[in-house]
Design a protein around this ligand. Structure first.
Ligand code: F6P
Length: 341
């Protein structure tokens, strides 16, 4: 069978590991042939392809980024875009497509599926907020990077009697902030799931300093809200309607310093969290997803996404995965609040 693969949306560590697993199992066990579409849906719209054989995927398991590159191109924003995608896939001889991406990329996969094209999805986002699966690959790597950064910031904050605010990614949900904040022992963890009460944060830090501490660490997700507002770096939305977030760390640092009198600095981790080699956990998860995805193609389970449920790889309808955002659960937030006064 001739199968297309694409990676769409923000990159994340583990994309190459998924591509490698799909291609190796497909060639060795199903006698498949693969074609890679470059730069996400842009490559499908513009016929930008590369052959994906065993040589093309050799050595890519530990590499971050994606050998197929990526973009936030949305064919649904173009007149007849979905139909053009299907026509281009068919003219390339592609019988089925495996799309690696988050909710935006998979919203396009769903549209192709609804028009009768054979699509299988693989859940990708460091934000870990795709519904239908317990985990997205890339998340574990992002958490490890953020936790190490918090450890490093800890020692310098302690040396200088400073409060340091660490801004991590997390547009609609605070998975990275919560996991790295708990793992890094942060004194306040602020998530999109709970609006920030500046006075409450300042009071908590003051109480901590009254108990004898000279420094504090605050972790904030980029999508956390102050007075119901997110802090935006660029208002012009991308093709999926997202503005560019960023800047809450600096805003928060200024507000904390004003309210407490403690010297406060901000560090924005940004794309550091998305770069570099995947952790062993993400390589394993990505490989299981890749194997699961090519199996779904050969089982004829189109319109489905591979998903982790407990420790099992299963499948869920793409429609379910994109129907809502998976937010941090109350019981996990409770773990964080249990550690605060
Ligand atoms: O992929 C999700 C994400 O990492 C968000 O947390 C963040 O807001 C966004 O991507 C940034 O994307 P870009 O690199 O396109 O600016």
């Amino acid at each position: 069978m001739k199968i297309g693969i694409l990676t769409g949306g923000g990159d994340c560590p583990g994309l190459n590991a998924v591509i490698r697993a799909i291609v190796r199992k497909g060639i060795f066990h199903y006698n498949d042939e693969f074609v890679g579409f470059l730069e996400g849906w842009r490559g499908v719209l513009n016929g930008m392809t590369i052959p994906l054989d065993l040589k093309a995927v050799a050595g890519i398991l530990p590499r971050g980024g994606t050998i197929l590159r990526t973009s936030r191109t949305n064919p649904a924003k173009r007149e007849g875009g979905i139909e053009s995608c299907i026509a281009n896939l068919k003219s390339a001889g592609v019988e089925a497509l495996i799309a690696l991406g988050g909710d935006d990329t998979q919203s396009v996969s769903q549209k192709l599926h609804e028009k009768g094209f054979k699509v299988v999805a693989v859940p990708k986002t460091i934000d870990n907020d795709l519904a239908g699966t317990d985990l997205c690959f890339g998340f574990d790597t992002a958490v490890s990077i953020a936790t190490e950064a918090i450890d490093r910031v800890h020692t310098t904050a302690e040396a200088h009697n400073r409060v340091i605010v660490v801004e991590v990614m997390g547009r609609d949900s605070g998975w990275i902030a919560l996991y790295s904040g708990i793992s890094g022992g942060a004194d306040a963890i602020l998530l999109p799931e709970r609006p920030i009460d500046l006075d409450e944060v300042a009071d908590r830090l003051k109480r901590r300093h009254d108990r004898g501490s000279y420094f504090s660490i605050v972790v904030v997700a980029e999508g956390a809200k102050i007075s119901d507002e997110t802090i935006v770096e660029r208002r012009k939305p991308d093709e999926f309607g997202h503005v560019r977030l960023g800047g809450i760390g600096n805003v928060l640092a200024a507000e904390i310093e004003k309210r407490t009198g403690f010297e406060t600095r901000a560090v924005v981790l940004g794309h550091t969290q998305r770069g570099g080699p995947p952790t062993a956990f993400d390589r394993m998860l990505a490989t299981r997803y890749g194997v699961g995805a090519i199996d779904l193609v050969h089982q004829g389970k189109f319109g489905c996404m591979v998903a982790l449920k407990g420790n099992d790889i299963q499948s869920v309808p793409i429609a379910d995965a994109i129907s809502r955002n998976r937010r941090v659960s109350d019981d996990l937030i409770e773990v964080a609040t249990s550690l605060q006064d």
